[in-house]
Design a protein around this ligand. Structure first.
Ligand SMILES: [Mg+2]
Length: 363
């Protein structure tokens, strides 16, 4: 049920609620890459737009993002572009434009920073905020942020407000896109119980299958299981996590001043290749891209990692740590070449990637 001002009242009966414990907001930009592309190309609004690879669906590469119109055709992130093209040939395919997304992301984060320093970014388009000590109602803050994202960035976000990160994250996902959902302390069990286990944060496809195998389909059923049983079946720490999460328990703090731990990019060749010249040229581009992103974001990296996936999907990574942190393309490319010579390129290669990690802030 949605009221005229967009607040979802499913779990909310009174606006002047005082949530026990903490007030955590999770904000998740809606279809971020696709929405930024629509902002760049407003003429494409209302059309199915698919972002991925270099924007050519006849070539290899995967879908990075899809507009909601494209999702109606079954397009999902991670799907090969060729499959996406088969499902929705009328879609507009666009290349990935990291710089544009990073720009918008920075604007998004700087709006959040005006409310509190307790912000933990979670990827490029999501963040947690702890507004417990802000001296202002969490719902008012969340509403204001949504409005500013709409007016100042021309984009929409879904927000979740709850007593902890787990519930805030799940709430923001409940009424996407443009959602506004709060979960009160006393409604936790009622809200979580009927949801399929897959909706629980941390439960992926594999865990879902295993839970189904154990006859567990909903979070409510999961919450009835004793901790020992879950620990025996899923290992001590993950079992304990399932036990707590299914009860809506999450004590983890919002950790501010999040720094990215790496920058990486990979490219899938149009055809599997043994062409050393092509492979090296591609690695050169990836190393260049890594150095550009370090400079652009004012970081230096200590370690270069190369990833190679062979035709049979066997994947290897080889890393080398440099003597000093650097953002220089020359240093990164020199290191990448040393790694290159240690890798077996006698088999056909499907994908190569370059990652720089061990990041420190500084120009
Ligand atoms: Mg998002």
């Amino acid at each position: 049920m949605r009221s005229s001002n967009g607040v979802d009242f499913t779990f909310l009966t009174c606006l002047n609620i005082c949530m026990l414990g903490r007030s955590i907001i999770h904000i998740d930009m809606d279809a971020f890459f696709a929405s930024v592309e629509l902002k760049k190309h407003p003429e494409l609004k209302g059309k199915p737009v698919i972002v991925g690879g270099n924007g050519d669906p006849t070539k290899r590469g995967v879908v990075s993002a899809a507009s909601y119109e494209a999702r109606k055709f079954g397009i999902r992130s991670g799907m090969p572009l060729r499959t996406a093209y088969k499902k929705c040939p009328q879609a507009i395919f666009l290349p990935v434009d990291f710089e544009a997304y990073e720009n918008e992301s920075e604007k998004f984060m700087s709006i959040l920073r005006e409310y509190t320093a307790l912000i933990e970014s979670f990827g490029i388009d999501e963040a947690f905020m702890d507004v417990t000590e802000c001296g202002k109602n969490a719902l008012d803050i969340a509403r204001e942020i949504k409005k500013r994202i709409r007016e100042e960035l021309g984009l929409t976000a879904s927000v979740g407000i709850a007593p902890n990160k787990l519930l805030a994250k799940m709430a923001s996902d409940m009424n996407k896109p443009d959602g506004f959902t709060a979960i009160r302390e006393r409604d936790i069990a009622k809200t979580l119980s009927p949801l399929p286990v897959r909706k629980l944060w941390g439960v992926g496809e594999k865990t879902e299958k295993r839970l189904h195998g154990l006859g567990i389909r909903t979070i409510g059923e999961l919450a009835k299981l004793p901790a020992e049983y879950l620990e025996r079946n899923f290992g001590k720490s993950f079992g304990r996590m399932l036990y707590e999460y299914s009860r809506g328990i999450d004590e983890s703090p919002v950790v501010p001043f999040y720094e990215p731990s790496s920058f990486s990019r990979e490219i899938t060749f149009q055809q599997d290749t043994r062409d050393l010249y092509l492979i090296k040229e591609t690695l050169f581009e990836l190393a260049k891209d890594a150095a550009d992103r370090l400079k652009y974001n004012a970081y230096k990296a200590k370690t270069v990692t190369m990833k190679v996936r062979y035709r049979d999907f066997h994947t290897i990574t080889r890393a080398k740590t440099m003597d000093e942190s650097t953002d220089s393309f020359n240093d990164i490319w020199t290191t990448a070449q040393e790694i290159f010579h240690r890798i077996d390129f006698s088999k056909e290669v499907r994908l190569v990637g370059v990652k720089v990690s061990g990041l420190v802030k500084g120009r």
